[in-house]
Write a protein that binds this ligand. Structure first.
Ligand code: SF4
Ligand code: SF4
Length: 242
């Protein structure tokens, strides 16, 4: 017992300071950015992108990347013959729907949640990559409970649903029932490219193109999978605490 206590005391503090301090992204990859001045519109990246995330903006006649579909595979950067695509470390990509923006949001959230937030995680047909990252939110490195955010076992106790996966046909009813079981008012966060847009499973016969085809979504958290900090950013953004 003494040895265990000694080991605990000697173990260094591992919990990171994000979001109070910036997260070191030097060893991670994030949002790809197209430098239009170098792009010749050869179309190589459009053809090779596995999730069809690169689209043409017909107004500006330039290529753009849809963050909700991008799986951050960095293939576009590798195949571009002109070096026009840069892989940045940007991961704070969560976006709110327009309805939730503005000053009304803060009042609504404070009224909804008071001082803590209860989350129910729902896998609607993911590869489990996103779920592993959500699990990592509870490890000592991320320690999400320091923000007063707790995961609960039942949707009946949840203020927010964190949904991963594309909403496969087999999981669609379960997802709807989970949503209906959560008490009003409730928030829904789509976690990962699959939940945001269908990701690499877009237009599959077995799945929907994103969970907003089944449920109203309040915040979209892109990535494949989004790293824990990106999910945390999305949750905090959803409850307007950043
Ligand atoms: S990183 Fe991959 S998924 Fe994202 S735009 Fe580039 S090729 Fe497409
Ligand atoms: S977004 Fe990527 S990691 Fe997440 S469930 Fe889909 S394929 Fe898996």
């Amino acid at each position: 017992m003494f040895q265990v206590i000694k080991k605990i005391i000697q173990y260094p503090r591992v919990t990171q300071d994000y979001p109070a301090k910036p997260f070191d992204t030097s060893l991670t990859s994030g949002k790809p950015v197209i430098h239009s001045e170098k792009c010749t519109a050869c179309g190589e990246c459009v053809t090779r992108c596995p999730s069809g995330a690169i689209v043409e903006n017909v107004d500006t006649n330039t290529l753009e990347i849809n963050d909700n579909a991008c799986i951050f595979c960095v293939l576009c950067s590798e195949v571009c013959p002109h070096g026009a695509i840069e892989i940045t470390g940007e991961f704070e990509l969560a976006q709110m729907t327009y309805e939730e923006l503005g000053t009304q949001l803060k009042k609504k959230i404070e009224k909804r949640f008071g001082r803590s937030l209860q989350i129910r995680e729902v896998d609607s047909g993911s590869c489990n990559g996103c779920d592993y990252e959500i699990n990592a939110l509870n490890n000592p490195f991320n320690d999400i409970e320091r923000f007063g955010i707790h995961f609960v076992a039942s949707p009946r106790h949840a203020d927010m649903l964190l949904v991963t996966g594309t909403a496969t046909r087999n999981m669609e009813l379960a997802l709807l029932k989970t949503y209906e079981a959560a008490p009003n008012p409730k928030l829904v966060a789509a976690v990962g490219a699959c939940a945001c847009s269908g990701g690499i499973f877009q237009d599959s016969y077995a799945a929907k193109n994103g969970i907003d085809t089944v449920l109203p979504v309040d915040v979209y958290i892109p990535g494949c999978p989004p790293r824990p900090q990106a999910i945390l950013y999305g949750i905090l953004k959803a409850i307007d605490r950043l």
